[in-house]
Design a protein around this ligand. Structure first.
Ligand code: ZN
Length: 177
């Protein structure tokens, strides 16, 4: 009876991560019409201007909510035209998403976020690197993930910390992690 699939969860994170800071510059994968079309097409969308505009508005609202800069009420206007219709397929109840074509992708993103937030609040969070602006979905048992990716931010941060530590006068500790 699942409403949200793993694919929807990945779509959510990928949308949140279309505005990374790269080499100190804020970027937006959905700002340029060609790259927005490519992004939408790669995620099962049509790439219409209405669809892209909807995705960008939903993305901004969700990023605010996740960063704690806005209330979840911000999302209300984006779910007004979404409906879920139950039906039986092969003896099992399934939920069919009903939304205007331009709003389907954004609707899946919103439902995925709501499902994760209800099941495991705080599991979608901003990367701990303030100069990154990506988000992560922590699926670990310990719930201690801090980086959007070890390769992009974790290793860089650790390298910097190691550099700072080895440059400082010895403080008696010799451990390295
Ligand atoms: Zn990061």
């Amino acid at each position: 009876m699942k409403v949200v699939t793993r694919e929807d969860e990945e779509l959510l994170l990928e949308l949140l991560n279309t505005t990374p800071v790269v080499d100190g510059e804020s970027t937006d994968e959905l700002a340029d019409p060609d790259s927005a079309l490519a992004w939408a097409a790669a995620h099962g969308g049509a790439g219409s201007s209405g669809e892209i505009a909807r995705l960008r508005r939903v993305r901004a609202a969700l990023q605010d909510v996740i960063r704690g800069a806005g209330d979840a009420q911000l999302l209300e206007e984006h779910v007004e035209r979404i409906a879920l219709r139950p039906s039986f397929h092969a003896g099992a109840l399934t939920w069919e998403l009903q939304a205007p074509a331009d709003e389907r992708l954004a609707a899946r993103v919103l439902l995925a976020w709501a499902a994760i937030d209800e099941r495991a609040p705080g599991r979608i969070r901003p990367c701990a690197n303030p100069a990154c602006c990506r988000f992560l979905h922590d699926r670990s048992n310990a719930n201690t993930a801090r980086w959007c990716s070890m390769a992009l931010c974790g290793n860089r941060f650790k390298a910097r910390r190691h550099y700072q530590r080895t440059r400082k006068p010895a403080d008696g500790s010799t451990g390295s992690s």
